[in-house]
Design a protein around this ligand. Structure first.
Ligand SMILES: Nc1ncnc2c1ncn2[C@@H]1O[C@H](COP(=O)(O)OP(=O)(O)OP(=O)(O)O)[C@@H](O)[C@H]1O
Ligand SMILES: [Mg+2]
Length: 514
């Protein structure tokens, strides 16, 4: 019989719900645990039989509950764009390493996604864990739901797509860091990492670098090919690493190029100070702590380590063994102490990078004196690409003029080109001259400053050349004098010898006569 009024209907629904709740409480309270488990299990099976949807959950907590799961973070990054468009309740946080606000779904929100025509739903849930007798810990979880007929497509292709996209978004959102290692003695006790970091905000880019456009393009392509070459490196069975050696006189843009590389590829920079590393073991630890998508930089490698000395010692070892024994023991020990990191330690470091660390990494050495370096250190396979950064060419100047003064042509360019062919000037000096020094300085003033600097450099170079020629002449004259002197001495000695022989012969003849 149907209830007569709305009020009666609600009263009947209410009493039915109350009865169900009552029965459920009794079952929970008095029904044995095994029976309840049995009941739950079959509810799941029956539900699974009728429910055509599959769920995959991505909990925030990893196996170790205190650590955030990487899969969760990647999904969060992947869903951030979709959530900001579709979810009704969003969560805004300042990214861990970022100055940007990151939006993500708040709890109990749903967003829809589509992949190759298949509809997928994402929902955010909350998991509560009893972390102690009176302490509960809440963690979030993402639940992915899709129809079971797309199982293969989702588990094989879609999840891979989510991880790839999510990681890319994560890299874009993060603030890049510049890491440096400091001497172990200076560490606070609580500090566990060997690296300290600051936010990396160098504005250098390949567009702003003054260098030959063709050479620049070649380097950019090399870098991009490397960073897109994951599959290629896997195919040829080579670790995904590349070594660059940047060499050239001071002020030619070696450090600037490293910053430009990091900005181009969106990498972190690890500025490794070899002299601060205690020994080879610490060097290895430093290497292991570096993360993927990073550039490990060792500046002025020739100054960081007595590579020449060590190489000489190696090749001339047998002949120097005696010297070593003759030197006071204290001196040898002190030298050993100061030579904290050795060449073989550094070679192991580079090779270790190739074998021990997975993922995308560049290693860059810079030096002013490439000829001083041990060939073993810079051979292909360790330092794959050698890049010479040299004095400013006219093409490099044009790039700087465009960057600093927004100039592509100017009547003074011809004079500059002619002067540049005659003299050497570093890009650092050119850049300094092109920089306006007051608000009244215009392009013309900057260019005339540069012309003056070039003329000065030319004069100085000529003076130096003349001095060198004079010095050479003096040395040659001195050498000639010495040679003449030696010859005269030889003649005198020869005469003396002849006289002596003569005297002896005379004496012998005299004796014979007697
Ligand atoms: N090729 C270049 N293009 C643009 N700017 C440059 C270039 N080379 C040098 N500079 C400018 O000169 C300054 C010094 O350059 P940088 O520190 O890169 O030189 P370096 O080759 O690393 O010198 P060092 O060998 O002394 O370390 C930078 O601030 C940069 O602005
Ligand atoms: Mg430098």
């Amino acid at each position: 019989m149907l209830p007569a009024t709305m009020a009666e209907m609600w009263a009947s629904v209410g009493s039915t719900i109350a009865s169900i709740m009552f029965v459920w409480t009794i079952v929970q309270r008095y029904c044995p645990y095994e029976l309840r488990r049995f009941f739950d299990k079959y509810t799941y099976i029956i539900n699974g039989y009728f429910n055509p949807y599959i769920h995959i959950s991505f909990p925030e907590a990893s196996e170790e509950w205190f650590k955030r799961s990487e899969a969760y973070t990647t999904v969060e990054a992947y869903l951030s764009a979709k959530a900001s468009k579709n979810a009704r309740r969003l969560k805004a946080v300042l990214g861990k390493d970022s100055s940007k606000l990151l939006l993500s779904m708040d709890v109990h929100q749903r967003v829809e996604d589509e992949f190759r025509g298949v509809k997928i739903w994402w929902a955010s849930n909350k998991i509560v864990k009893q972390a102690g007798p009176s302490f509960q810990q809440e963690k979030l979880s993402y639940m992915l739901t899709f129809h079971k007929k797309y199982r293969e497509q989702i588990t094989e292709s879609y999840l891979e797509h989510v991880m790839k996209e999510g990681k890319q978004i994560g890299v874009r959102n993060r603030q890049r860091k510049l890491y440096t290692n400091c001497p172990t003695e200076q560490w606070p006790i609580y500090k566990r990492s060997l690296w300290s970091s600051i936010v990396f905000e160098h504005p250098a880019s390949f567009e702003t670098m003054g260098m030959d456009p063709e050479k620049k393009q070649e380097i950019v392509e090399d870098l991009l090919t490397f960073s897109n070459g994951k599959n290629f490196y896997a195919k040829i069975g080579k670790p995904w690493k590349r070594g660059y050696l940047l060499y050239g006189p001071p002020g030619t843009g070696k450090s600037t190029m490293i910053a430009a590389m990091a900005n181009l590829l969106d990498y972190d920079v690890y500025d490794l100070e070899l002299t601060a590393a205690k020994d080879n073991t610490e060097l290895r630890k430093l290497l292991i702590e570096t993360t993927t998508k990073s550039i490990i930089v060792i500046e002025d490698i020739d100054c960081s380590l007595d590579l020449t000395g060590q190489r000489k010692k190696k090749t001339k070892k047998s002949s120097e063994d005696n010297d070593e024994n003759e030197r006071p023991k204290k001196d040898v020990e002190e030298e050993k102490k100061s030579n904290k990191v050795t060449l073989s330690g550094l070679l192991n470091f580079v090779d270790g990078l190739w074998s021990a660390c997975g993922g995308e990494r560049l290693i860059v050495f810079t030096t002013n004196y490439v000829e001083k370096l041990d060939p073993a250190l810079i051979r292909k396979g360790r330092m794959d690409k050698h890049i010479e950064l040299s004095y400013c060419s006219f093409e490099a100047f044009k790039a700087l003029a465009k960057n600093y003064l927004d100039l592509e042509k100017h009547p003074r360019f011809d004079t500059i080109q002619w002067l540049m062919e005659e003299t050497k000037i570093t890009p650092a000096d050119v850049a300094e001259n092109l920089m306006p020094k007051s608000s009244l300085d215009d392009a013309d003033k900057c260019l005339s400053n540069l012309i003056r600097a070039l003329e000065q450099a030319k004069e100085e170079a000529q003076k130096k050349k003349a001095e060198e020629a004079k010095l050479k002449e003096e040395e040659a004259a001195k050498k000639k004098d010495e040679e003449v002197k030696v010859k005269e001495e030889e003649v005198a000695k020869k005469k003396l010898d002849e006289d002596e022989v003569k005297v002896k012969e005379e004496e012998a003849a005299k004796k014979k006569d007697e």
